[in-house]
Design a protein around this ligand. Structure first.
Ligand code: PLP
Length: 366
Protein backbone atom coordinates (compact mmCIF):
# COMPACT_ATOMS: atom_id res chain seq x y z
CA UNK A 1 0.00 0.00 0.00
CA UNK A 2 1.33 3.42 -0.97
CA UNK A 3 0.02 4.99 2.26
CA UNK A 4 1.84 2.45 4.46
CA UNK A 5 3.00 5.29 6.76
CA UNK A 6 -0.49 6.80 6.84
CA UNK A 7 0.15 9.77 4.54
CA UNK A 8 0.42 11.04 1.00
CA UNK A 9 3.69 12.35 -0.42
CA UNK A 10 5.60 9.09 0.01
CA UNK A 11 7.50 9.22 -3.28
CA UNK A 12 9.93 6.43 -2.39
CA UNK A 13 7.18 3.90 -1.74
CA UNK A 14 5.31 4.98 -4.89
CA UNK A 15 8.47 4.82 -7.01
CA UNK A 16 9.26 1.30 -5.81
CA UNK A 17 5.66 0.16 -6.33
CA UNK A 18 5.21 1.66 -9.80
CA UNK A 19 8.73 1.18 -11.13
CA UNK A 20 9.38 4.87 -11.81
CA UNK A 21 12.03 7.31 -10.52
CA UNK A 22 10.90 9.24 -7.41
CA UNK A 23 11.77 12.64 -8.90
CA UNK A 24 9.84 11.90 -12.09
CA UNK A 25 6.54 11.56 -10.18
CA UNK A 26 3.94 14.29 -10.45
CA UNK A 27 2.69 14.27 -6.89
CA UNK A 28 -0.97 15.04 -6.25
CA UNK A 29 -0.93 13.12 -2.98
CA UNK A 30 0.75 15.86 -0.87
CA UNK A 31 -0.84 19.31 -0.69
CA UNK A 32 1.96 21.80 -1.22
CA UNK A 33 1.79 25.33 -2.63
CA UNK A 34 2.54 24.96 -6.39
CA UNK A 35 4.09 28.45 -6.45
CA UNK A 36 6.96 26.94 -4.48
CA UNK A 37 8.71 28.70 -1.58
CA UNK A 38 8.73 32.51 -1.45
CA UNK A 39 11.33 34.32 -3.50
CA UNK A 40 14.64 34.57 -1.74
CA UNK A 41 14.16 31.50 0.42
CA UNK A 42 16.63 29.29 -1.42
CA UNK A 43 19.21 32.07 -1.39
CA UNK A 44 18.69 32.58 2.35
CA UNK A 45 19.21 28.85 2.90
CA UNK A 46 22.42 28.93 0.86
CA UNK A 47 23.67 31.83 2.98
CA UNK A 48 22.69 30.00 6.12
CA UNK A 49 24.45 26.74 5.24
CA UNK A 50 27.72 27.79 6.88
CA UNK A 51 25.90 28.16 10.21
CA UNK A 52 25.07 24.47 10.50
CA UNK A 53 28.34 24.13 12.42
CA UNK A 54 26.46 25.78 15.33
CA UNK A 55 23.51 24.49 17.34
CA UNK A 56 20.13 26.08 16.68
CA UNK A 57 18.58 28.32 19.37
CA UNK A 58 16.84 25.79 21.65
CA UNK A 59 14.27 28.44 22.60
CA UNK A 60 13.59 29.61 19.00
CA UNK A 61 13.56 33.21 20.28
CA UNK A 62 13.75 35.14 17.02
CA UNK A 63 11.07 33.16 15.21
CA UNK A 64 8.79 33.19 18.26
CA UNK A 65 9.17 36.95 18.44
CA UNK A 66 8.21 37.32 14.77
CA UNK A 67 5.25 34.99 15.14
CA UNK A 68 4.15 36.83 18.27
CA UNK A 69 4.12 40.10 16.30
CA UNK A 70 2.16 38.53 13.49
CA UNK A 71 -0.40 36.81 15.73
CA UNK A 72 -0.55 39.63 18.30
CA UNK A 73 0.17 37.12 21.07
CA UNK A 74 2.94 36.99 23.65
CA UNK A 75 6.02 34.92 22.71
CA UNK A 76 5.25 32.82 25.80
CA UNK A 77 2.03 31.72 24.04
CA UNK A 78 3.96 30.22 21.13
CA UNK A 79 5.85 26.98 20.68
CA UNK A 80 7.79 26.25 17.49
CA UNK A 81 7.86 22.66 16.28
CA UNK A 82 9.44 20.41 13.71
CA UNK A 83 6.30 20.71 11.59
CA UNK A 84 2.72 20.95 12.83
CA UNK A 85 3.12 17.22 13.41
CA UNK A 86 5.60 17.77 16.24
CA UNK A 87 3.30 20.39 17.81
CA UNK A 88 0.48 17.85 17.85
CA UNK A 89 2.75 15.28 19.45
CA UNK A 90 3.75 17.83 22.10
CA UNK A 91 0.10 18.56 22.86
CA UNK A 92 -0.56 14.87 23.48
CA UNK A 93 2.67 14.41 25.46
CA UNK A 94 2.34 17.60 27.49
CA UNK A 95 -1.32 17.29 28.34
CA UNK A 96 -1.28 13.48 28.71
CA UNK A 97 -4.95 12.92 27.85
CA UNK A 98 -6.40 9.53 28.73
CA UNK A 99 -9.05 9.78 26.01
CA UNK A 100 -8.53 11.60 22.73
CA UNK A 101 -11.50 12.55 20.55
CA UNK A 102 -11.50 12.72 16.77
CA UNK A 103 -14.15 13.24 14.08
CA UNK A 104 -13.67 10.83 11.20
CA UNK A 105 -12.65 11.06 8.41
CA UNK A 106 -9.66 13.14 9.51
CA UNK A 107 -5.87 13.41 9.34
CA UNK A 108 -4.57 9.97 10.40
CA UNK A 109 -1.88 11.43 12.65
CA UNK A 110 -4.48 12.41 15.31
CA UNK A 111 -5.26 8.78 16.02
CA UNK A 112 -1.71 7.63 15.44
CA UNK A 113 -0.29 10.08 18.01
CA UNK A 114 -2.96 9.31 20.58
CA UNK A 115 -2.21 5.59 20.33
CA UNK A 116 1.56 6.10 20.16
CA UNK A 117 1.48 7.97 23.47
CA UNK A 118 -0.92 5.65 25.28
CA UNK A 119 -4.32 7.37 24.98
CA UNK A 120 -7.62 5.75 23.99
CA UNK A 121 -9.27 7.08 20.87
CA UNK A 122 -12.94 8.03 20.91
CA UNK A 123 -14.25 8.63 17.40
CA UNK A 124 -17.37 10.45 16.25
CA UNK A 125 -18.38 10.01 12.62
CA UNK A 126 -18.83 13.17 10.57
CA UNK A 127 -22.08 13.18 8.60
CA UNK A 128 -21.65 12.82 4.83
CA UNK A 129 -24.54 15.24 4.24
CA UNK A 130 -22.68 17.82 6.32
CA UNK A 131 -19.39 17.48 4.43
CA UNK A 132 -18.25 14.89 7.00
CA UNK A 133 -18.44 17.44 9.82
CA UNK A 134 -19.95 16.56 13.18
CA UNK A 135 -22.89 18.59 14.49
CA UNK A 136 -22.50 20.87 17.51
CA UNK A 137 -24.34 18.41 19.75
CA UNK A 138 -22.11 15.53 18.63
CA UNK A 139 -19.00 17.60 19.24
CA UNK A 140 -20.19 18.58 22.71
CA UNK A 141 -20.98 14.95 23.40
CA UNK A 142 -17.44 14.04 22.37
CA UNK A 143 -16.09 16.56 24.90
CA UNK A 144 -17.92 14.79 27.73
CA UNK A 145 -16.03 11.60 26.98
CA UNK A 146 -12.56 12.92 26.26
CA UNK A 147 -9.68 15.01 27.65
CA UNK A 148 -8.45 16.33 24.31
CA UNK A 149 -10.16 16.61 20.92
CA UNK A 150 -8.47 17.17 17.56
CA UNK A 151 -10.41 19.22 15.00
CA UNK A 152 -9.10 19.88 11.49
CA UNK A 153 -9.88 23.47 10.51
CA UNK A 154 -10.16 23.05 7.56
CA UNK A 155 -10.36 19.29 7.86
CA UNK A 156 -8.25 16.91 5.83
CA UNK A 157 -9.33 15.14 3.54
CA UNK A 158 -12.48 17.21 3.01
CA UNK A 159 -11.10 20.77 2.98
CA UNK A 160 -14.15 22.06 4.88
CA UNK A 161 -14.18 24.39 7.88
CA UNK A 162 -16.44 24.52 10.91
CA UNK A 163 -18.16 27.88 11.29
CA UNK A 164 -17.19 30.28 14.06
CA UNK A 165 -20.38 29.89 16.02
CA UNK A 166 -20.02 26.09 16.20
CA UNK A 167 -16.43 26.46 17.33
CA UNK A 168 -17.35 29.03 19.96
CA UNK A 169 -20.05 26.79 21.41
CA UNK A 170 -17.61 23.88 21.49
CA UNK A 171 -14.83 25.95 23.05
CA UNK A 172 -17.11 27.31 25.74
CA UNK A 173 -18.31 23.83 26.58
CA UNK A 174 -14.71 22.55 26.58
CA UNK A 175 -13.88 25.00 29.37
CA UNK A 176 -16.66 23.41 31.43
CA UNK A 177 -15.75 19.80 30.66
CA UNK A 178 -12.01 20.47 31.15
CA UNK A 179 -11.27 19.17 27.63
CA UNK A 180 -8.46 20.55 25.50
CA UNK A 181 -9.32 21.41 21.91
CA UNK A 182 -6.53 21.18 19.37
CA UNK A 183 -7.58 23.16 16.32
CA UNK A 184 -5.37 22.02 13.48
CA UNK A 185 -5.20 25.06 11.18
CA UNK A 186 -2.39 23.60 9.05
CA UNK A 187 -4.19 24.52 5.80
CA UNK A 188 -6.05 27.66 6.83
CA UNK A 189 -3.55 30.01 5.14
CA UNK A 190 -4.87 28.85 1.75
CA UNK A 191 -8.25 30.41 2.55
CA UNK A 192 -8.71 34.18 1.96
CA UNK A 193 -8.37 35.98 5.33
CA UNK A 194 -11.98 37.20 5.32
CA UNK A 195 -13.20 33.60 5.04
CA UNK A 196 -10.82 32.00 7.52
CA UNK A 197 -12.73 30.71 10.54
CA UNK A 198 -9.67 30.92 12.77
CA UNK A 199 -9.68 31.01 16.54
CA UNK A 200 -6.14 32.37 16.79
CA UNK A 201 -7.25 35.94 17.68
CA UNK A 202 -9.64 34.59 20.34
CA UNK A 203 -7.03 32.39 21.98
CA UNK A 204 -6.75 34.42 25.23
CA UNK A 205 -10.44 33.79 25.87
CA UNK A 206 -10.09 29.98 25.93
CA UNK A 207 -7.44 28.46 28.24
CA UNK A 208 -8.23 24.98 26.85
CA UNK A 209 -7.60 25.95 23.22
CA UNK A 210 -4.47 25.06 21.26
CA UNK A 211 -4.19 26.34 17.68
CA UNK A 212 -1.66 24.62 15.46
CA UNK A 213 -0.33 26.04 12.21
CA UNK A 214 2.05 24.65 9.63
CA UNK A 215 4.54 26.52 7.45
CA UNK A 216 5.32 23.47 5.34
CA UNK A 217 2.31 23.53 3.04
CA UNK A 218 1.67 27.19 2.33
CA UNK A 219 5.37 28.06 2.03
CA UNK A 220 6.26 24.77 0.29
CA UNK A 221 8.94 23.53 2.70
CA UNK A 222 7.67 20.09 3.82
CA UNK A 223 11.19 18.66 3.66
CA UNK A 224 12.50 21.29 6.10
CA UNK A 225 9.69 20.81 8.67
CA UNK A 226 8.29 23.84 10.51
CA UNK A 227 5.11 24.61 12.40
CA UNK A 228 3.92 26.27 15.57
CA UNK A 229 1.35 25.95 18.31
CA UNK A 230 -0.33 28.86 20.09
CA UNK A 231 -2.00 28.41 23.47
CA UNK A 232 -2.14 29.68 27.04
CA UNK A 233 1.45 30.09 28.36
CA UNK A 234 0.91 27.36 30.93
CA UNK A 235 -0.17 24.91 28.21
CA UNK A 236 2.76 25.96 26.04
CA UNK A 237 5.05 25.36 29.04
CA UNK A 238 3.72 21.82 29.43
CA UNK A 239 4.25 21.16 25.74
CA UNK A 240 7.76 22.61 25.63
CA UNK A 241 8.89 20.51 28.57
CA UNK A 242 8.29 17.44 26.39
CA UNK A 243 10.17 18.77 23.38
CA UNK A 244 13.49 17.24 22.41
CA UNK A 245 16.08 20.03 22.61
CA UNK A 246 17.13 21.30 19.14
CA UNK A 247 14.35 19.39 17.35
CA UNK A 248 13.92 22.42 15.06
CA UNK A 249 17.11 22.93 13.10
CA UNK A 250 18.87 26.14 12.08
CA UNK A 251 17.88 26.00 8.42
CA UNK A 252 14.22 25.56 9.30
CA UNK A 253 14.36 28.52 11.71
CA UNK A 254 15.99 30.71 9.06
CA UNK A 255 13.44 29.55 6.50
CA UNK A 256 10.67 30.48 8.92
CA UNK A 257 11.94 34.05 9.21
CA UNK A 258 12.09 34.29 5.43
CA UNK A 259 8.58 32.84 4.96
CA UNK A 260 7.06 35.31 7.39
CA UNK A 261 8.56 38.11 5.32
CA UNK A 262 7.15 36.64 2.06
CA UNK A 263 4.73 39.50 1.68
CA UNK A 264 1.17 40.11 0.70
CA UNK A 265 1.59 39.48 -3.05
CA UNK A 266 2.87 35.92 -2.59
CA UNK A 267 0.10 35.16 -0.11
CA UNK A 268 -2.64 36.67 -2.25
CA UNK A 269 -1.40 35.00 -5.43
CA UNK A 270 -1.30 31.64 -3.68
CA UNK A 271 -4.90 32.03 -2.51
CA UNK A 272 -6.17 33.29 -5.87
CA UNK A 273 -4.45 30.53 -7.85
CA UNK A 274 -5.67 27.90 -5.39
CA UNK A 275 -9.28 29.06 -5.80
CA UNK A 276 -9.03 29.23 -9.61
CA UNK A 277 -7.34 25.88 -10.03
CA UNK A 278 -9.60 24.16 -7.52
CA UNK A 279 -12.63 25.39 -9.49
CA UNK A 280 -11.04 24.17 -12.75
CA UNK A 281 -10.38 20.70 -11.31
CA UNK A 282 -13.80 20.34 -9.71
CA UNK A 283 -15.60 21.41 -12.87
CA UNK A 284 -13.54 19.12 -15.12
CA UNK A 285 -13.75 16.10 -12.85
CA UNK A 286 -17.50 16.42 -12.50
CA UNK A 287 -18.19 17.23 -16.17
CA UNK A 288 -15.79 14.90 -17.96
CA UNK A 289 -15.69 11.97 -15.57
CA UNK A 290 -18.91 12.13 -13.57
CA UNK A 291 -16.98 12.34 -10.29
CA UNK A 292 -18.52 13.64 -7.10
CA UNK A 293 -16.57 16.28 -5.21
CA UNK A 294 -16.95 18.14 -1.93
CA UNK A 295 -16.71 21.95 -1.84
CA UNK A 296 -13.24 22.23 -0.36
CA UNK A 297 -11.86 25.59 0.75
CA UNK A 298 -8.31 24.23 0.91
CA UNK A 299 -5.68 23.27 -1.67
CA UNK A 300 -6.95 19.71 -2.04
CA UNK A 301 -10.18 18.07 -3.12
CA UNK A 302 -11.95 14.94 -1.91
CA UNK A 303 -13.25 13.12 -4.98
CA UNK A 304 -15.56 10.11 -5.28
CA UNK A 305 -15.01 8.14 -8.48
CA UNK A 306 -18.04 6.69 -10.21
CA UNK A 307 -18.45 2.89 -10.44
CA UNK A 308 -16.76 0.69 -11.44
CA UNK A 309 -13.64 2.67 -10.52
CA UNK A 310 -11.97 2.19 -7.19
CA UNK A 311 -9.40 4.48 -5.60
CA UNK A 312 -6.89 1.65 -5.52
CA UNK A 313 -7.20 0.94 -9.21
CA UNK A 314 -7.11 4.60 -10.23
CA UNK A 315 -4.03 5.15 -8.06
CA UNK A 316 -2.26 2.14 -9.59
CA UNK A 317 -3.12 3.05 -13.19
CA UNK A 318 -2.06 6.68 -12.77
CA UNK A 319 1.00 5.62 -10.79
CA UNK A 320 2.30 3.57 -13.67
CA UNK A 321 2.31 6.70 -15.84
CA UNK A 322 3.99 8.81 -13.20
CA UNK A 323 1.05 10.57 -11.52
CA UNK A 324 0.47 9.99 -7.82
CA UNK A 325 -2.89 10.52 -6.11
CA UNK A 326 -4.00 9.80 -2.54
CA UNK A 327 -6.14 6.71 -2.05
CA UNK A 328 -8.65 7.65 0.67
CA UNK A 329 -10.40 4.30 1.03
CA UNK A 330 -8.68 3.65 4.37
CA UNK A 331 -10.16 6.78 5.99
CA UNK A 332 -12.84 5.83 8.51
CA UNK A 333 -16.20 6.87 7.01
CA UNK A 334 -15.08 7.06 3.37
CA UNK A 335 -15.56 4.50 0.60
CA UNK A 336 -13.39 2.40 -1.72
CA UNK A 337 -14.03 4.95 -4.49
CA UNK A 338 -12.63 7.99 -2.66
CA UNK A 339 -9.43 9.77 -3.60
CA UNK A 340 -7.86 13.10 -2.65
CA UNK A 341 -6.00 15.25 -5.11
CA UNK A 342 -3.87 18.31 -4.46
CA UNK A 343 -4.61 21.55 -6.28
CA UNK A 344 -1.49 22.32 -8.32
CA UNK A 345 -0.72 24.75 -11.14
CA UNK A 346 -2.60 24.67 -14.46
CA UNK A 347 0.06 22.70 -16.32
CA UNK A 348 0.14 19.99 -13.66
CA UNK A 349 -3.64 19.94 -13.28
CA UNK A 350 -4.06 19.52 -17.03
CA UNK A 351 -1.57 16.66 -16.94
CA UNK A 352 -3.66 14.97 -14.24
CA UNK A 353 -6.80 15.27 -16.37
CA UNK A 354 -4.95 14.03 -19.44
CA UNK A 355 -3.55 11.09 -17.46
CA UNK A 356 -7.03 10.22 -16.23
CA UNK A 357 -8.26 10.26 -19.82
CA UNK A 358 -5.42 7.95 -20.81
CA UNK A 359 -6.27 5.36 -18.18
CA UNK A 360 -10.03 5.90 -18.35
CA UNK A 361 -11.16 6.72 -21.89
CA UNK A 362 -14.64 5.31 -21.15
CA UNK A 363 -14.99 7.73 -18.24
CA UNK A 364 -15.30 10.62 -20.65
CA UNK A 365 -18.83 11.90 -20.87
CA UNK A 366 -20.18 12.58 -24.33
C1 PLP B 1 -4.32 18.25 8.44
C2 PLP B 1 -2.83 18.22 8.60
N1 PLP B 1 -2.29 18.75 9.69
C3 PLP B 1 -0.96 18.74 9.89
C4 PLP B 1 -0.10 18.15 8.99
C5 PLP B 1 1.37 18.12 9.26
O1 PLP B 1 1.96 19.29 8.83
P1 PLP B 1 3.53 19.51 8.96
O2 PLP B 1 4.15 19.19 7.64
O3 PLP B 1 3.67 20.96 9.31
O4 PLP B 1 4.01 18.62 10.05
C6 PLP B 1 -0.62 17.58 7.82
C7 PLP B 1 0.27 16.96 6.84
O5 PLP B 1 -0.14 16.42 5.87
C8 PLP B 1 -2.02 17.61 7.63
O6 PLP B 1 -2.58 17.06 6.55
Amino acid sequence: MIERFGHGGDLDTAAAEFGVAPDSILDFSANINPLGPPEGLMERLRQELHSVIHYPDPDHRELRKLLAQRTELEPSSICIGNGAAECMALAVLGLAPRNVGIVTPCFSEYMQLARQFGANVVAAQGGEENGFRAGTAELCNLLERTDLVFIGQPNNPTGLQYDMSTLETVLERAEETDTYIVLDEAFIDFIPPERQATMLPRLPKYPHLIVIRSLTKFYAIPGLRLGFAAAHPETIGRMKRKQVTWSVNRLALAAGECCLAAGETYERMTRERTAEERAFLIETLERDFGCRTWPSEANFILVRLPAPWTAERMQAELGRIGVLIRNCSMYEGLTAADIRIAVKDRKANERLIEAMKEVWPGGMRQ
